[in-house]
Write a protein that binds this ligand. Structure first.
Ligand code: GAP
Length: 450
């Protein structure tokens, strides 16, 4: 993978995320848990906004997709049927010299732990073990007895919860094929080589949708969802130059897939273009396997045409955490500001994703300014996440909000107390409008929905 022409901002983002409360290392006071992350006050808002945008586009705005929230723990036979017990494995090699552990199929991209760092196996003294297959599913036990009969798995993808509920959802909603089922939820993978902050973690959230179609109509719907999903990423402000499709061909194409494309985002630096979403034509593999393993018919009855069939599935599968990282990377800028010595760090997040939509400042703590500013913040709070700040110079307060991506800063000054107007400063253009405080709701609603 050639290095990207985009700058590598990952270390800066890790530091900003901790300092400003977006993302913390899990269990940090104990030295951290390997590749598991916690979302802080601003991070939880950012990721929630992203998930809300997905739910709105995929479920609320459509009458052909239904929502679902299936459990993480599923019947163990699920994973036999899905192929995860037999096939959800990575080949693993250990280096006896540096004690590093690597994916045997990704040695080209890996670096051994000794300095000067080389590709594992490249240095003369480097001794790699034979590859052994390693299952990525986390195991646990259901009930008090720890024995193989009570083994259950933390789901490695949310998709299977949708397949096993296909007829429950179809029957209860009386949807007709073509229709989809969507859900957002946690998935767990014991990744061998996790890393790059929240790019590849062991606990993460997926936003998956399975669209059930009549066989023969599958490629039409595949093309439709490919275009829809790319448009969704762009609607969140991800730069079109940083997005591209990658087609799976040859051995890359999973055995169950009739066609597959990834949507890739350019994360910059050495990471470069990487998958953020997969769009797969899974045929009738999943419903067929669950029908076989459960012994329950999962066919759809097409009443008008009086025929039964197993629908084909077009899947769209996107990581909430990985897309949150893409949104942060895409938004991060270090800019000079005209007329000011100090530059600024700004997150040019799409307004729909920004954790705080508006900050309200009292210019000074005198002349009734804090009272008026508090009243404005209270009036806006039921509608938008709002921050109130009266400490430090106004320049510093702007910088603090720029750094977390707040689109608008509202300042109450001496004039405000006299005539009821305030200034509204735009994060991206730095332009200021003076408007009546009574008009703020309309002003912000219009600009935030753009
Ligand atoms: N049901 C299909 C499926 O799970 P996948 O390509 O393995 O497909 C889909 O995963 C998406 O989930 C990826 O594009 C990525 O955004 C996210 N994802 C997968 N593994 C991840 C991990 N270890 N950490 C963070 N996100 C992950």
């Amino acid at each position: 993978m050639p290095a990207s022409t985009q700058p590598d901002v990952m270390d800066k983002l890790v530091s900003l995320s901790k300092r400003r409360g977006f993302i913390f290392q899990s269990s940090e006071i104990y030295g951290g848990t390997g590749s598991v992350w916690d979302y802080g006050p601003l991070g939880v808002e950012l990721k929630k906004n992203l998930k809300d945008q997905w739910w709105k586009a995929m479920v609320r705005m459509r009458d052909d997709v239904e929502g679902l929230d299936a459990a993480i723990l599923m019947h163990p036979r699920t994973w036999e049927a899905s192929g995860h017990i037999a096939g959800f494995t990575d080949p693993l090699v250990d280096c006896k010299t540096c004690k590093g552990r690597f994916r045997a199929d990704k040695l080209e991209d890996a670096r051994c732990l000794q300095k000067p760092s080389k590709r594992p196996g490249e240095a003369e003294q480097c001794q790699l073990t034979e590859p052994r297959m390693f299952n990525l599913m986390f195991k646990t036990f259901m009930g008090p007895v720890e024995e193989s009969a009570s083994t259950v798995y933390l789901r490695p993808e949310t998709a299977q919860g949708i397949f096993v509920n296909f007829l429950n959802v179809q029957g209860s909603t009386r949807q007709k094929v073509p229709f989809g089922i969507a859900q957002i939820g946690k998935a767990f993978r014991n990744e061998i080589t996790p890393g790059n902050f929240i790019f590849r973690t062991r606990e993460f959230e997926q936003m998956e949708m399975q669209f059930f179609v009549e066989p023969g109509q599958d490629m039409v719907w595949f093309e439709y969802w490919k275009a829809e999903r790319m448009a969704w990423h762009q609607s969140l402000g991800l730069s079109p130059q940083r997005l591209r499709y990658h087609e799976h061909t040859g051995p890359e194409l999973a055995h169950y897939a009739r066609a597959a494309f990834d949507i890739e985002f350019d994360f910059g630096g050495t990471l470069g273009f990487q998958e953020i979403e997969g769009i797969h034509n899974r045929g009738d593999f999943d419903l067929g396997r669950h029908q076989e393993f459960s012994g329950k018919k999962l066919e759809y009855f097409d009443q008008p045409n009086n025929k039964r069939y197993l629908p084909y599935v077009i899947e769209t599968s996107v990581g909430a955490d990985r897309t949150t990282l893409a949104a942060l990377v895409n938004a991060y800028r270090e800019e000079t500001v005209e007329g000011e010595d100090e530059g600024r760090t700004v997150l040019r997040l799409h307004p729909s994703l920004a954790p705080i939509k508006a900050a309200v400042f009292a210019l000074t703590k005198k002349e009734g300014m804090p009272d008026m500013a508090h009243r404005i913040a209270s009036a806006l709070r039921p509608h938008f996440p709002v921050d109130y700040d009266e400490t430090g110079s106004i320049g510093k307060r702007y910088r603090r909000q720029d750094e977390v991506g707040t689109p608008f800063c509202i300042t109450v000054d001496t004039e405000s107390v006299k005539d009821g107007t305030v200034t509204v400063r735009d994060r991206d253009t730095l332009k200021q409008d003076r408007i009546s405080a009574d008009a703020l709701m309309g002003y912000l609603t219009e600009r935030l929905s753009g």
